[in-house]
Design a protein around this ligand. Structure first.
Ligand SMILES: [Zn+2]
Length: 139
């Protein structure tokens, strides 16, 4: 009867949904963009590396008894770049071999291989500030 509408329905079924900014929602049942999908992995993987024991063991070789007045803070950790001392949650482990970007199945494998290393000394202890500068190349 009204063939135009039929055509519109068919078209809607094959067309991807978009965000308000026009990015196609191609992942997770049309609820995530490609970038959000890989962001999900980056977030999850970073969480996993925080519990990676060789990295923690490395940090433990660097720490010293806390000099701060806060009695609940037992140790403090050095930033190997700015030489400041920080709480554990202010310190991040940087990999001497860059893990690279994580935005495809191929880079996911490489990233994990480099992030989850066993060898002590593959890391550098950095405060968040220095780590950001290094990662994003801004001073
Ligand atoms: Zn620093």
């Amino acid at each position: 009867m009204f063939r135009g509408l039929r055509w519109l329905d068919d078209w809607r079924q094959v067309m991807p949904k978009f965000t308000k900014r026009g990015v196609p929602l191609v992942r997770n049942n049309e609820t995530m963009t490609e970038a959000q999908f890989w962001g999900m992995f980056r977030q999850a993987m970073r969480k996993l590396t925080m519990h990676w024991k060789p990295g923690t063991a490395y940090l433990n070789t660097l720490r010293r008894d806390s000099q701060s007045d806060n009695k609940r803070q037992k140790f403090e950790y050095p930033c190997e770049h700015c030489k400041g001392w920080f709480r554990r949650d202010e310190i991040e482990l940087d990999h001497k071999v860059e893990c690279g970007s994580l935005n495809s199945w191929e880079t996911l494998a490489t990233w994990c291989e480099r992030a989850f290393i066993e060898v002590d000394g593959g890391w550098c202890s950095l405060c968040k500030n220095c780590h950001d500068k290094k990662t994003y190349g801004r001073e």
